[in-house]
Design a binder for this molecule. Sequence first.
Ligand SMILES: *Cc1c(COP(=O)(O)O)cnc(C)c1O
Length: 399
Amino acid sequence: MSKTKEILAQTEKYSASNYHPLNVVLSRGEGVWVWDVDGNKYLDCLAAYSAVNQGHRHPRVLEALIGQTERITLTSRAFHNDRMGEFLKKLCEITGKEKALPMNTGAEAVETAIKAARKWGYKVKGVEEDAAEIITCAGNFHGRTTTIVGFSTEEQYRDGFGPFTPGFVTVPYGDIEALKKAITPDTVAFLFEPLQGEGGVIVPPEGYIKQAAEVCKQKNVLLIADEIQTGLGRTGKMFCCDHEGVVPDTYIVGKALGGGVYPVSGIACDDDIMQVFHPGDHGSTFGGNPLGSAVGLASLNVLIDEKLADRAAELGSYFMEELKKIESPHVDHVRGKGLMIGVVIKESSGAARPFCEKLRDLSVLAKETHHQVIRFAPPLVITKEEIDWALEKIKKVLQ
Ligand SMILES: *Cc1c(COP(=O)(O)O)cnc(C)c1O
């Protein structure tokens, strides 16, 4: 029996089946490349849903991680540590915000943004107690906690997990008129993704984010951008909102903030919002810990020093143009921004998953999202030569 088969059997026996991974067992990674337990090499075109923008085991991120383990790794927030401040300073610099609040996973950061917005609604905007509404978009993905799945429009994400947290309203994504209509005096925030990743790599109509920002400003509603997947260089700018020159009231970041080695997330906003939190209002045992802070700072420095957003812009448009040129009976269209690209498979050609399985057999790892879409989102350190290598294989599978 191959090692792969052995481990798949073990995993099947002991693991919950809350995922449906491709049958490949990875044991090593470097840059854009990963290796399985049987020694096969693959190009990683998923990058852990954009958590590995800096590439697997980036030396500077590893150095920060290992160096910090030799000093201190966890203090809790009962005491100060000497790493959190410089990390948050950098996060504030790149977001242009006055304050940042560190968490660990993306969903926790989304929850943090929701709590901040609600409390801002009551204490600053003057919304009546327990009446606050937050507008969200159809097709959203903001994580998996019980509150967050409650405002998902994906039936499976909700099925069996109710009752859900009230106070959320859904509008169609990309529809500015619907957003305008949904706002009431009790609306405290509009929570959105500037490009829906899990929703199927959906790019909203041009001008949508800018218009949404204007509407929110007019109506004293907070604009909360979930940039967990789109942020930190992925779409060709540091933040996807930058494409429309929009600075949201609150940024939510995660994934690549941990450089692919450690979970680090957080929100950044100005003090008019952040001041709602007083000691005891919110927290996390691991949030802002010295190990995560050292990793977060290094991850941001790598993105900046290696100009990874510019790389994503340049190589992303090359990759997308070349994908569009492929003459395939199966492809409906190609869409995306920067190095976040979706190839939409025609319904008549079946689901996207078998295409991902064929790609795996040719050493390209990509994952379907939303049935019909193959997502290509490699680490941003990918080279043009490596993209050409992937394109060869992709052509074979799609033609
Ligand atoms: C991945 C993701 C999340 C959730 O992050 P976790 O770390 O998995 O909790 C939230 N929002 C968006 C847009 C994401 O892509």
